[in-house]
Design a protein around this ligand. Sequence first.
Ligand code: MG
Length: 389
Amino acid sequence: MVEIVAVVVAAGRGIRAGGGVPKQFRTIGGEPMLRRALAMLVGHPEVGAIQPVIHPDDVERFRAIACDDTVLPPVFGGATRQASVRAGLEALKARKPDIVLIHDAARPFASPALITRAIETATQSGAAVPGLRVNDTVKSVDADGTVTETLDRNTLRLIQTPQAFAFQPLLDAHARAAAQGREDFTDDAGLAEWAGLRVTVFEGEGGNVKITNPEDFARAEAERFGALGDVRIGTGIDVHAFGPGDHVRLGGLQIPHTQALTGHSDADVVLHALVDAILGALADGDIGSHFPPSDPKWKGAASDQFLKFAIERVAARGGRIAHLDVTIVCEAPKIGPHRDAIREKIAELAGLPLSRVAVKATTSEQLGFTGRREGILAHATATVRLPWE
Ligand code: MG
């Protein structure tokens, strides 16, 4: 039985990718990149164990994402990628697998077929790395940017991971490089070549991209998970009591009635319910937390501005409102004659096409406070699409 173990290198500090955490812990499609890379290897039938190499500062972050008992306890990496791989290999000394795969956490989309090819090729040749043909013309330049040579692209390959090796020769090569102070290899194939091992290139995968910059995250996100794939649904409920007056405000419209709705602002239950629904979708507090009734600034305020605020919060997150739906519950005034106008007004205030706004009305069959004509209740749902983060 051939034993195959994968070392996953995830000890980098790179925060260039944004999000305030090392890039391997940043999410793509709602999953931390490192968890995707681990899960991809966990799911491969020939890979018996996975040895993660992490930074000491990431112990807690790692604990939160470790996903399977074939993932061994992590070991700590060193100052360079090469030192981190060596730490992973040394942790496997006692286990002595036949084949070791070295994979970067920054390539979370390698396919099972690519891993199979890596194992097969390394089983035959001892050292195997995935490579892509080069479609662009490649030139060497000097320090001034003057071309010194146009390379024959047919002989060139862009090298990826996972790279697969017979375990012991790779461990020995790493030990020798370290002993001689060579810490500058950017991949294990380079180190193996230096050590005199014969390295074979097999066909890589275009989709096995290396995720480094914020643009890489955005592109991978859009290509694989669809832009704004994080669909959120928020709900909001609001109630206002009737008091003396001759009109109510519903959905930004003034509607004649024998009473008014009482409240600190203009008591527009429809807009208030919508604002809470939108804030709910964003998990961003509620109308009272952003516009405290204790603040005299909002006394008699038109609720349009609350809705505009909530919509701006969506835009600030890079999101869009897909749909707003509201139900008004009261015996009077009759909503039917005003329903389309309310719908149009909400669409206008929200900057949405009419097809993305719904307004419905019902009575409560004379039951409860709405049935006793003591006030109006509005219930709203907001469907908001956000980028995954
Ligand atoms: Mg209210």
